[in-house]
Design a protein around this ligand. Structure first.
Ligand code: SF4
Ligand code: SF4
Length: 480
C-alpha cells in the first residue's frame, strides 16, 4: 500500500483552504494571467462586441420618444425595451425582478456560471477591454512581472502612466453610460454641456462612479467575482453533479505526468501509454486562468466559466496530437459515470417554476390597464350642504394615460342613482404618456344616500366612448 505523507495531502488540498489571489499573510497576490486564445475566446470576443455595442448605444435609442432602456429610480420612471412602466405598474416590476432571478436560478442549475463567463459586464469589461489594453502596453505576464518588480525607470513611468490614463478614461465613459441608464441620456448631456455649477450633484455622481469603476478594473479585478458578487456566492447552492460547466475530464487526464521524449517516441510507434493519462501537467490551464485556480481540482467557487482553460488545453492537446476536450463543457456525472448529459430533477422543477412565473408575468402584462383612474376624497373635507336636500363631496382625481396616443375620458355615476358629477378642471383630454391631476364635485340627493353617512359610489370611466374601467369611492353625508 502506498504511503502518502500528510504534507503531501495538505499540499494537494490547499485549494480548499486558500484563495489563489490571497497570500498566507493575508496580502493580495496579483494574478498575472496569460492572454487566452482559441475557439471559445473568439466566440466570447464576438459576443462582447454585440454586448458592448448594446450597452453603449441603448441609452441613445428611442422608441416613441422613450429611451430604449431606463431605470430612473430617483424619479420612479422605468422603460424596458421601449415600454414605459409607471409607479402604478410597480407590481409588474417586482414580478419582472422575480422572473429574472428565477431565470438566473434555472440557467445556473443547468449551465453553471454561464452568465459570469459570457454575459456579465464585469467579465466583459475586464477581459475584453482592460486586460487587452494591459497586454498591449505592458506585454506578456512575464514582462508585466519584470516591469512591476523593476525600478521606476522612464519606460515604467511612461507605460504605467499611459495604462492608467486609458483605464481612467474608459472608466469615465463607463460611468457616464451607467448614469445615462439611471437619469436618461438627455439629462446626462445637459449635465455635460451646461455650466458645471448648475449640476454639482450630477458631476459628483459621474466622478464617484468613474473612480469606483477605475478602482474595480485597475486594482480590485477578480476579487469582485470571488469576494463581492452575491451571485457568485449563491451559485454553489444551485449547481449539482448534472450541471454543465467548464470541467476537467479527470478520468481521461489522470494520472497526470510530463510528456517525455519516451512518450513522444511511443506515440510515434502507435503505442498506448497505459500508466499515464492525457494531462501532461503543463499548467497552461492554470497560467491562463484570470482567477488563478487550477480547474483540475474540480468545480470551484472562483471559476467564472470564462473558458480560457478550455482553449489553453485544446492548444496543448493539438500540439501533442491528442483529442481536444480534456477540459470542456461537461457535467461532473457525465465524466464520472460516463452518463449522457441530462437535466436533473431539480433543474426540471426550477424550469416549471420559471414557466409559471413567466406565464403570470405575461398574463398580467397583457391585461394591465392602459388608462389608470384614481378618485380620492379631497383631504380635509367632509360634505357640503346644497339646496333641495342635496349634499356634495369634493374629490381629487388622478388620470394616467399609459398609451402613446391622446384619449378623451368621460365619467358617469352608476351607483347610487341620481348622482351628478361636476368636473372642476379639465378631466376630459389627456395626452399620450401623460399623468394629469384635477378636482371634481359629486352631488347626491339625501334620498340616495346611506343612513349611516358613508355611501359606496361606483363611477364608470370611458375612453374614446368605450367603457374602460369602474372606479369605486366613498361619499360622506350626515347620519340620518
Ligand atoms: S492544460 Fe491540459 S494538459 Fe496542461 S495541465 Fe492543464 S489539463 Fe493538463
Ligand atoms: S478555471 Fe478555466 S473557466 Fe474557470 S475561471 Fe479559470 S480559466 Fe476560466
Amino acid at each position: 500500500m502506498a504511503i502518502i505523507e500528510i504534507s503531501e495531502i495538505e499540499d494537494h488540498e490547499t485549494f480548499r483552504n486558500e484563495l489563489a489571489s490571497i497570500a498566507h499573510d493575508g496580502r493580495r497576490k496579483w494574478i498575472y494571467a496569460r492572454k487566452p486564445s482559441g475557439k471559445f475566446t473568439q466566440y466570447r470576443t464576438y459576443l462582447s462586441y454585440v454586448l458592448l455595442a448594446f450597452l453603449f448605444f441603448a441609452p441613445y435609442l428611442k422608441i416613441n420618444n422613450h429611451q430604449f432602456m431606463l431605470f430612473n429610480i430617483i424619479e420612479r420612471k422605468f422603460v424596458i425595451f421601449g415600454i414605459p412602466f409607471w409607479t402604478q405598474d410597480f407590481y409588474l416590476a417586482l414580478l419582472l425582478i422575480l422572473f429574472l432571478l428565477v431565470t438566473l436560478v434555472v440557467y445556473t442549475s443547468i449551465f453553471g456560471r454561464i452568465w459570469c463567463g459570457w454575459l456579465c459586464p464585469q467579465t466583459v469589461f475586464m477581459e475584453m477591454i482592460f486586460r487587452k489594453i494591459e497586454f498591449a502596453i505592458e506585454g506578456s505576464p512575464k514582462q508585466q512581472i519584470t516591469l512591476d518588480n523593476g525600478a521606476w525607470t522612464k519606460e515604467k513611468v511612461w507605460k504605467k502612466g499611459l495604462k492608467h490614463s486609458i483605464f481612467f478614461a474608459i472608466s469615465f465613459i463607463i460611468a457616464n453610460t451607467f448614469l445615462s441608464y439611471i437619469i436618461g441620456s438627455d439629462q446626462l448631456w445637459k449635465i455635460i454641456l451646461d455650466p458645471p455649477q448648475q449640476h454639482l450633484v450630477g458631476l459628483t455622481a459621474i466622478t464617484v462612479f468613474s473612480i469606483v469603476f477605475y478602482a474595480v478594473f485597475a486594482r480590485f479585478r477578480e476579487q469582485a467575482c470571488i469576494i463581492v458578487c452575491p451571485y457568485g456566492r449563491y451559485q454553489s447552492a444551485l449547481v449539482d453533479e448534472d450541471t454543465i460547466a467548464v470541467t476537467y475530464d479527470f478520468k481521461r487526464g489522470e494520472p497526470r505526468g510530463k510528456f517525455t521524449k519516451e512518450d513522444k517516441a511511443a506515440q510515434l510507434r502507435g503505442e498506448k501509454l497505459h500508466d499515464k493519462g492525457d494531462c501532461i501537467d503543463c499548467h497552461q490551464c492554470v497560467t491562463v486562468c484570470p482567477t488563478g485556480i487550477d480547474i483540475r481540482n474540480g468545480i470551484q467557487l472562483e471559476c467564472v466559466n470564462c473558458t480560457a482553460c478550455i482553449d489553453a488545453c485544446d492548444d496543448v492537446m493539438t500540439k501533442i496530437q491528442k483529442p481536444k476536450g480534456l477540459i470542456r463543457y461537461a457535467s461532473n456525472s457525465s465524466i464520472k459515470d460516463g452518463k449522457k448529459i441530462h437535466l436533473s430533477a431539480r433543474s426540471k422543477a426550477y424550469g416549471v417554476v420559471w414557466l409559471l412565473v413567466m406565464t403570470v408575468l405575461v398574463t398580467l402584462f397583457m391585461n394591465r390597464k392602459m388608462l389608470h383612474v384614481l378618485v380620492l376624497r379631497q383631504p380635509g373635507t367632509t360634505f357640503a350642504v346644497m339646496s333641495h336636500d342635496k349634499y356634495a363631496n369634493f374629490f381629487h382625481v388622478q388620470l394616467l394615460n399609459k398609451k402613446n396616443n391622446p384619449k378623451e375620458v368621460s365619467m358617469k355615476i352608476i351607483s347610487p342613482q341620481n348622482g351628478e358629477l361636476k368636473p372642476l378642471s379639465d378631466l376630459v383630454h389627456i395626452n399620450g404618456q401623460q399623468e394629469k391631476e384635477g378636482r371634481m364635485m359629486i352631488i347626491f340627493p339625501k334620498s340616495s344616500l346611506s343612513p349611516d353617512g358613508s355611501t359606496d359610489v361606483v363611477i364608470e370611466v370611458s375612453e374614446n366612448g368605450t367603457i374602460a374601467d369602474y372606479v369605486k369611492t366613498k361619499f360622506i353625508s350626515p347620519n340620518k
